[in-house]
Write a protein that binds this ligand. Structure first.
Ligand code: SF4
Length: 446
């Protein structure tokens, strides 16, 4: 008789510091849903444990009751310590439970995960690698897998994965928690991936080296089929850069119009593309593009050059103005550089106010393991605690300010920006008092 294996899929906590957009940007666990779909198709039982949906029972009780054979999770860098905690809990309940980790950190930093509580590291985005592990396929034949033989880690070669082979995603978990997953006021933001990895080479960025450095795209017809089938009006295209190929976007717009699909969209795009393809952006606005998340990164050419961003400071000004003019919400993403002095925090605030940029996300400069930039900084780290790699903490020493003063100016900037946003009637749904308390904690405690 065939014994049916059971898998518990864990969506880890984002952060325990409760800073930034906690509770107002809550991401659907798309990658885990893709794995779930592949498991179910192969008659493997699977169930979610999602920390973002405030599960009623604690993880240990769920493991005791569900009795999984495998625990599988995807994680980015700052979630790794949480994942290790979950795996240790599972092993404590039953040492025979096998643990699998996958996700962006695992692809390039697998050696850091050669730990007792981990049994498998899946470096590929291909969900069938997880299916193969559970189905007892010979480990040495699984693409990009790290596994143990007599307690010695083995590491298979990784080939890129073509995302066109991902089949229709089973969205049961999303629909069950539709009210929780959101992007700001867009509640029920359903994630769609139309490409994987990024064709650009920004120096600080990890996304460009994913999928064995290979940018892959999904056929537009398949993308529009997927969007059409989703029972939600809010679509969050999570590609690192959706606005890349002009012809592909024309095909997308034509197909959406032809099928009379009326939804609201969020996507990432670059300043240079937006400025060179204003006609396309206007058409995207017409079919429902509501937020474009743009990596503005800096307001001076020096920092933009350092990041190899391939844009000039005036391009950023023109991009924000253009998106404001046509009525697309620009979410401007900036890096708070380690070289910031007091005046840089002030200048950034003034720039945002003067250019009428209503939505802003700030990230403290964070060298990510696996990038070339990391090698320049690895001897200057001030912490080894991976939970701090969440872009709201310093992981290396600021160049011109004492750490606490840097945090203080950062905190003041965040508070001023939220006040500005309130005056502009955005972020009405934010608990301002809670946010202020959390950020003040950062200045005092970290
Ligand atoms: S910052 Fe954006 S454009 Fe640059 S490599 Fe990363 S994902 Fe691509």
């Amino acid at each position: 008789m065939k014994v049916c294996k059971k898998v518990l899929l864990i969506n880890p906590e984002d952060s325990r510091s409760k800073l930034n957009f906690d509770g107002i940007i809550v991401n659907e666990p798309l990658d885990l849903e893709i794995i779930y779909t592949a498991l179910i198709k192969n008659d493997i039982k699977a169930k979610f444990y999602d920390f973002l949906t405030n599960e009623k029972e604690d993880l240990k009780s769920v493991i005791e009751e569900y009795k999984p054979d495998f625990i599988c999770t995807t994680a980015v860098i700052n979630q790794i310590p949480f994942v290790l905690e979950y795996f240790n809990i599972a092993k404590h309940v039953n040492k025979n439970i096998k643990t699998i980790i996958t996700g962006s950190y695992a692809e390039h930093n697998y050696r850091q995960l050669f730990l007792n509580c981990i049994d498998y590291i899946s470096r590929s985005y291909d969900p069938n690698c997880i299916v193969n592990i559970i189905s007892d396929v010979d480990n040495k034949n699984i693409n990009g897998l790290c596994y143990k033989v007599n307690n010695v880690w083995k590491n298979n070669k990784l080939s890129y994965f073509d995302i066109n082979s991902i089949t229709t995603i089973d969205r049961k978990h999303f629909y069950k928690n539709k009210k929780i997953y959101r992007y700001l006021e867009m509640v029920g933001a359903c994630q769609v991936r139309t490409s994987y990895s990024c064709p650009y080479k920004c120096k600080f960025c990890y996304r460009t080296i994913l999928n064995n450095n290979k940018y892959v795209t999904k056929d537009i017809i398949k993308v529009v089929d997927e969007i059409e089938s989703i029972k939600s009006d809010n679509i969050y295209i999570v590609d690192d850069d959706f606005l890349f190929n002009r012809n592909r976007l024309i095909e997308f717009i034509t197909e959406v119009k032809k099928r009379k699909i009326h939804k609201k969209y969020i996507c990432y795009g670059r300043v240079d593309f937006i400025l060179k393809n204003k006609d396309i952006i206007k058409e995207l606005k017409e079919i429902g593009f509501y937020y474009i998340l743009v990596g503005l990164e800096a307001i001076n050419d020096n920092n933009l050059n350092n990041y190899n961003k391939l844009i000039k400071k005036d391009d950023n000004v023109n991009c924000v103005q253009f998106l404001n003019d046509i009525g697309i919400n620009c979410m401007g993403m900036f890096i708070i550089d380690l070289n910031f002095k007091r005046k840089d925090f002030k200048n950034l605030y003034n720039w945002i106010k003067t250019n009428n940029l209503k939505h802003v996300a700030l990230s403290i400069f964070t060298p990510l393991p696996g990038t070339k930039l990391y090698n320049e900084y690895k001897n200057k780290l001030i912490t080894q605690d991976l939970t701090k790699w969440d872009y709201v903490h310093l992981v290396t020493k600021p160049l011109n300010l004492n750490k606490h003063i840097f945090y203080l100016y950062y905190y003041l900037l965040v508070i001023k920006l939220f006040k500005l946003a309130k005056r502009n009637n955005v972020y009405d749904f934010i608990d301002f008092k809670k946010l202020r308390k959390n950020f003040f904690g950062l200045v005092v405690k970290d």
